[in-house]
Design a protein around this ligand. Sequence first.
Ligand SMILES: [Zn+2]
Length: 171
Amino acid sequence: MAGSTSDEEFLLAVLNSTPVVAGVLTDRFADTAAARAWLAAAGGSGSEAELRHLLRVRPLLQEVVRGHQPPDVLGPELRDVARVPVLTDGHVRWTLNVPAEREMAVRAILAWDQLVKQSPGRLRPCANPKCHRFLVDHSKPNTARWCSMAVCGNRMKARRHYQRIRNDDAR
Ligand SMILES: [Zn+2]
């Protein structure tokens, strides 16, 4: 379960793997070889089955975070998953008991659950309706609206500015 990527980073990368780029919906995992290499680097095995399971869970998670589906749709993906206590060096450590090829898909779901429990209302879709990305707001006032100020923030601001100028012209 150890990987170089934190669970939150992993979840966000999965959620944000279908961005709209230049007006076109893209899939960062469409290149299977690259997607499997990314999974391996994130702590998985990089197997074909592992990617398949993750691709099944991805749209479910996206729809749940958008509020279009109830979290219950994720239930079947957690079937036969168990946490097992292991005593090491006098301490109990919890390990996940799940078929290897489903581990990364389950990790994404557990990371989502952890995030909504620990930081309720912090994970949300980008306010740019044409973006398709998600953000985790770590700011104190919890008012971030864009996946990235550089990408969507400036674009939406520019659009509002442009509309304001046009409205002024029309007057
Ligand atoms: Zn965005």
